[in-house]
Design a protein around this ligand. Structure first.
Ligand code: ADP
Ligand code: MG
Length: 681
């Protein structure tokens, strides 16, 4: 076996499993070694039912005392049965797993691992993981990796495959010269320890080593790009602003001062000496879309096409509908075209033709579509909404289509200034730090799971008044290795709690685009009143009639992301509410979440978050948007990020352009953020 061996060379991996692994981007042994865990599972010691605390995960060793009862039929069946240990009794529930009835017979002893809930019927555990008691003793205190899964893969199978691959770690080649990794763990050791750490200290040391590497490569790439940008002359000059001015005069409101400043920055770039590479940062609702439109009209007025790329179809459609109705209302001589994956082939072909011929000058679509398949007539400007790293990642690809357009990256993710300078080192930055007036501040609440009852009452009251609500769960479905709420089971539960006439739907990233669109459309139209969703609604969705945002397991999200979710409400005239559920009710988590309830200002929150977070923080808190690296977390690891930025600056000062570090320069230029920045969950 070697690093380049296919995965089928490992025991227990046949063509089927290899296919599932390919879906995760894994094809050879080296890929597997560099496939780092997303989280770790730390098996807690067995405790007594009487000692268990609501909201906390626990491992209970008990005996099933009565045959499982099932409600419902077929795959929808709900299975419950009592479990007892010497101290007390607990109810165990499984959804959608009727077949368990045959194995879980009265008298069976197992270790049940899950979160303890208190219900009307007493203590409960939903979907516990089951272990043979002897087996469990062997894994207590172990730190086991938890990997992202695909297809029918299981943690067990992946762990087993990684274990077999580990002896090859010694042959991995360092991507950085040794001199740049002062005192770090050797690569092979770090890779072994990131998968199967002996203890927490070893795990942390391994992380530091690997995160530093990914940060340093990333920063060097950003710096090299910045240099290249500063040297590139403006090949798409756009000095004529008459079309944008006409639109501005027709707007039903006046731009805020901050919007005006940002607009001046953008117009200056478009007419200036160099290509624009600008980040437009502004809190949710600060009014970025209208600036995007004005920039696109400037391009059109100078004979250039522009593309607005949204992260989701729903958002692309929303932008398109708004923009084309404005163009019509203003009777501007400009045509817009929409390009999304779920369009009928004929419709898409027509729009693609309009784009290629130049008949349409404002092209709106999803990132995937515009990047991969499109031919443009004369593309002069690309605007991306909520895909921060676009500036670096895809410029090459667009350049390959002939012409290198101006780039405007829009983001509502508030990032502390110190970090923004590093992460966006290749971009100029405009900030909209002012909200259009006349909106009511959102009312916030931080609750424990026990407080859900009153949250549901508020939601019901709002629904009865004609409003709509979101409930966000971190997971799509029950998943191995975590106890967080999932959309699937939560929707089941909530249907039993709310009156039957309340129209509930669920939404998550694994649904087909058509299904997602249909649910989102129904929510937009008010046909769905309560939407149980993953964070797919996080970016940009605009449903002004929605007034409640409830987030389950809020402790698992970064504050910036929670702030972004909260931005989905408070968009209309009505008073809006944000409810954050501190999933396990742990007081140490509440401190961080309280920041959210004290402020509605995204940048202030980001700064506070940065102060509170540090290496002591738990794994698994995900940052918003696509700004998370494979391992590094810009908040938790901000000290490392700053060290890496310092090292990069020193290196480039001594050797601008890395002319004397040929090998490293090569690595940096080839380095793609996709190597380190993962997709959102
Ligand atoms: P975001 O920055 O989150 O993308 P949007 O562009 O969606 O914000 O703007 C939010 C809402 O505010 C939209 O309905 C938009 O029409 C409105 N808006 C934008 N700028 C202003 C302004 N200067 N005065 C009043 N309303 C505005
Ligand atoms: Mg927006």
């Amino acid at each position: 076996m070697s690093l380049s061996s296919p995965l089928t060379a490992l025991h227990g991996i046949g063509p089927r499993t290899a296919e599932d692994m390919a879906a995760l981007g894994l094809s050879c042994v080296e890929d597997l070694l560099r496939f780092f865990p997303a989280d770790y599972d730390r098996a807690e010691p067995v405790s007594l039912i009487a000692d268990s605390i609501e909201g906390y995960p626990a491992a209970i060793r008990g005996v099933i005392t009565a045959a499982p009862q099932s409600r419902g039929f077929g795959k929808g069946a709900v299975l419950t049965f009592p479990v007892e240990d010497e101290s007390g009794k607990i109810g165990v529930t499984f959804f959608h797993m009727p077949y368990l009835k045959n194995t879980l017979k009265p008298g069976t002893e197992r270790v049940f691992r899950g979160v303890i809930r208190k219900t009307r019927w007493g203590l409960r555990m939903e979907h516990p993981r089951l272990y043979d008691p002897e087996e469990y003793q062997k894994i207590v205190h172990a730190i086991l990796p938890v990997y992202p899964l695909a297809g029918s893969l299981t943690q067990k199978r992946l762990r087993d495959a990684v274990r077999q691959a580990l002896p090859e770690a010694g042959s991995l080649k360092d991507r950085l010269p040794e001199a740049l990794i002062p005192g770090g763990m050797p690569l092979a050791e770090a890779v072994r320890a990131i998968h199967f750490p002996a203890d927490e200290r070893q795990l942390e040391a391994a992380r530091q080593r690997l995160v530093y590497e990914e940060f340093l490569l990333f920063i060097l790439k950003v710096r090299l790009l910045k240099q290249a940008g500063q040297e590139s002359e403006n090949r798409c000059p756009m000095p004529d602003t008459s079309l944008a001015k006409a639109a501005l005069a027709a707007l039903p409101y006046r731009l805020t001062g901050a919007q005006e400043r940002a607009l001046a920055d953008i117009a200056g770039d478009l007419a200036g000496d160099h290509m624009m590479n600008r980040l437009l940062q502004g809190d949710v609702g600060s009014g970025k879309t209208v600036l995007a439109l004005l920039a696109m009209l400037t391009a059109a007025g100078n004979g250039y096409q522009s593309a607005l790329m949204a992260p989701t179809e729903v958002l692309a459609r929303q932008h398109y509908e708004k923009i084309s109705s404005l163009l019509k209302a203003w009777s501007l001589p400009v045509e817009a075209a929409l390009l999304v994956g779920s369009q009928k082939a004929a419709e898409r072909r027509l729009n693609a033709e309009k784009t290629e011929s130049g008949q349409a000058s404002l092209i709106i679509g999803t990132h995937a579509l515009i990047q991969n398949k499109m031919k443009f007539h004369r593309l002069g400007l690309v605007i991306t909404d909520e895909q921060h790293r676009f500036g670096v990642r895809q410029r090459d690809r667009l350049a390959g289509k002939g012409g290198q357009p101006h780039i405007l990256v829009m983001s509502a993710t508030p990032i502390p200034r110190t970090l923004a300078i590093i992460l966006y080192g290749d971009l100029d930055v405009s900030v909209i730090d002012e909200l259009p007036g006349g909106r009511r501040p959102i009312q916030n609440a931080l609750i424990r799971p026990a407080g859900r009852g009153s949250a549901y009452r508020l939601i019901l009251k709002q629904i009865r008044e004609g409003r709509q609500a979101y409930i966000i769960c971190p997971l799509v479905e029950e998943s191995e290795g975590t106890d967080a709420e999932n959309v699937h089971d939560y929707s089941e539960r909530i249907r039993e709690i709310f009156p039957e006439d309340v129209r509930i739907a669920s939404l998550h990233g694994r649904m087909k685009p058509e299904e997602k669109n249909a649910v989102m459309e129904a929510f937009l139209k008010g046909e769905v009143q309560l939407l149980v969703s993953t964070t797919v609604v996080e970016v940009g969705v605009d449903v002004p009639n929605a007034t409640v945002m409830m987030v389950e397991n809020a402790e698992r999200f970064g504050l910036a992301q929670l702030h972004q979710l909260r931005g989905r409400v408070g968009r209309g005239e009505q008073q809006s509410y944000a409810i954050f559920v501190n999933g396990y009710g742990r007081p140490e988590k509440a401190k961080r979440l309280e920041i959210l309830t004290r402020s509605n200002d995204g940048f202030a929150i980001a700064e506070e978050d940065l102060k509170l977070r540090g290496p002591g923080d738990l794994f698994g808190i995900r940052q918003s948007g696509d700004l998370h690296f494979r391992l590094g977390d810009i908040y938790r690891d901000h000290a490392l990020l700053e060290t890496a930025a310092g090292a990069a600056a020193a290196l480039l000062k001594a050797d601008p352009g890395l002319a004397h570090h040929g090998q490293l320069r090569e690595t940096v230029l080839q380095y793609q953020e996709s190597d380190s920045i993962g997709d959102s969950l």
